[in-house]
Design a protein around this ligand. Structure first.
Ligand code: NAP
Length: 314
């Protein structure tokens, strides 16, 4: 489901366009919030941009890089007078961030977040925020880098941003958040939080788990093979090592807070892996070929014969 007109793509704003917000407060200012701040500043999307974070170094860096107009270690000061607040902290820290800012929010302030998991974030912030004006969000864009120095322009251009408003979310608040993402070039989609978490478990969370595990497994045999393994990393494995370079705290939180969806997918993955293992052991050439051909068909966007994903799929 799309909000009306949300897929218009990036339209560079004219110099005299009115800002979408008076003041945007970023709670956490790393890769995602920093990149959003960069674009918001470049495009004049807010009258003023302010950031808060726990560590002085983070704030000094954000200011020195020109991501925002002002920084403060005091979350209350940051959000006071803001008409939009964007939570950009690890998923598990969302509840505490919401609790810290709640008493100081403008009554009409819209609060959103960029967390990679949605149902748990909603549960964590709900005790603290007026949920009519909380618009859960997740830009499906990123990198394995983190911190303010990782912030780049155009990170969200032509990428999905998924909003997961609830039945009680004020549609005007959702539309304001959608307009922000649209302005930085994202394609905005809405879906339920549970659906989001299942979809992202398949296309992002499980693949990251595989990358972490593949790299650790190569590391395990590195010693036995006298350091002769990782130096030959090339092609696909380089992508694994790149993905495995992502922030451990962020990913720990993703798995702990999207448990049912990732456990369900790990179960399916292990079944498929066992089937492949058996096919290799038994020299089942046709079964292996069928499995790899099925994967290639998905990659090429082709329909798969019989709809089977691989041997052993229920
Ligand atoms: P990041 O670059 O590491 O930035 C995180 C920010 O949160 C920093 O300002 C950090 O500053 C602060 N922070 C870290 N731990 C905290 C804690 N326990 N309590 C309060 N503040 C904390 O992370 P990011 O990649 O931007 O990720 C931010 C959010 O975006 C996460 O929820 C993540 O799931 C989501 N996301 C990430 C990606 C990606 O590819 N990285 C993509 C889409 C969505 P201080 O340490 O100074 O407080």
């Amino acid at each position: 489901m799309s909000l009306a007109g949300l897929d218009a793509g990036l339209v560079e704003r004219s110099a005299d366009a009115r800002p979408l917000f008076d003041r945007i407060a970023f709670v956490g200012i790393g890769l995602i919030n920093g990149s959003l701040a960069r674009d918001a500043r470049r495009l004049g999307l807010a009258g003023r941009l302010v950031a808060t974070a726990r560590r002085r170094e983070t704030l000094d860096e954000a200011l020195a890089l020109g991501l925002v107009d002002e920084v403060t270690g005091d979350a209350a000061l940051a959000v006071r007078d803001a008409d939009l607040v964007v939570l950009g902290v690890p998923v598990g820290a969302s509840g505490e961030a919401a609790r810290a800012i709640a008493p100081f929010l403008r009554p009409d302030a819209v609060v959103t977040d960029v967390g990679s998991v949605k149902a748990r974030v909603i549960d964590l912030v709900a005790p603290h925020l007026d949920m009519r004006r909380f618009v859960p969000g997740h830009p499906v864009a990123g990198a394995e880098t983190s911190g303010p120095a990782a912030a780049v322009e155009h990170l969200f251009r032509d990428r999905w941003c998924i909003l997961t408003p609830r039945g009680d979310t004020d549609p005007a608040a959702a539309e304001r958040v959608a307009a922000l993402w649209r302005a930085v070039g994202a394609k905005v989609e809405t879906m339920g939080a549970a659906q989001h978490d299942k979809v992202l478990a398949a296309v992002s969370h499980l693949p990251h788990l595989l990358a972490f595990n593949a790299v650790n497994t190569a590391g395990d045999v590195e010693d036995a093979l006298q350091g002769e393994v990782l130096k030959y990393a090339a092609g696909g494995f380089r992508d694994f090592t790149r993905i495995a370079g992502a922030d451990p705290a962020m990913w720990r939180d993703v798995f702990l807070h999207n448990k049912p969806a990732v456990l369900e997918l790990i179960g399916r993955y292990v079944e498929n892996l066992s089937a492949l293992q058996r096919s290799i052991r038994r020299n089942e050439a046709d079964a292996l070929f069928a499995s790899f051909a099925s994967a290639r068909a998905i990659h090429r966007g082709e329909a798969r014969a019989g709809g089977a994903s691989s041997p052993g799929t229920p």
